[in-house]
Design a protein around this ligand. Sequence first.
Ligand code: RBF
Length: 174
Amino acid sequence: MSSEDRAGVPDGLTGEGLHVGLIHARWNTDIIERLVAGAERGYEALGVDEIVRASVPGSFELPFAAKAMATSGEVDAIVVVGVVIRGETTHYELVSEGCASAIQATQLETGVPIGFGVLTVENRAQALDRSEEAGGHNVGEEAALVAVEMCRLRQEFEAGSDDDSVEAPGGSYL
Ligand code: RBF
């Protein structure tokens, strides 16, 4: 995937004043560390106020921890980080699909956006390619930017907005 295929960041996006969560699993620790560093980079680039941290054994536990953190009232947005490598686990589908669908359900139920920084890949080479240093491709970093963007989108709708970009055709519905 080229960088042109990725989402990019809206102009003026800021994390100022936000308390954000960062939860990581501990399987494939070396790659987890690279993704966590990426998520921190993303959050810090946007100037978030505080990062609340937690760790869990495996990616299957990420949704439980995310729900606990989301309902605590302590954070405005969360990033979850994990690594599931198909070639190294017989449980690939169970762990990756269980995690992804439960994370989606959790953000919809709680209203706290959750950036999905979980790598589900074929092998370690792909995992390394998606967890690069600053300036490269890093799924943890992307997830942090997404979490903050979705938090701001939610805040805009909650506040009601004059912004044309959230107006329905024919007029604002807020
Ligand atoms: N957790 C991960 O985060 N990544 C993995 O690749 C992974 N592979 C697993 C393979 C097997 C066979 C099992 C039993 C667990 C695996 N887990 C993995 C751990 C899983 O997310 C969870 O921590 C455990 O199943 C305990 O609930």
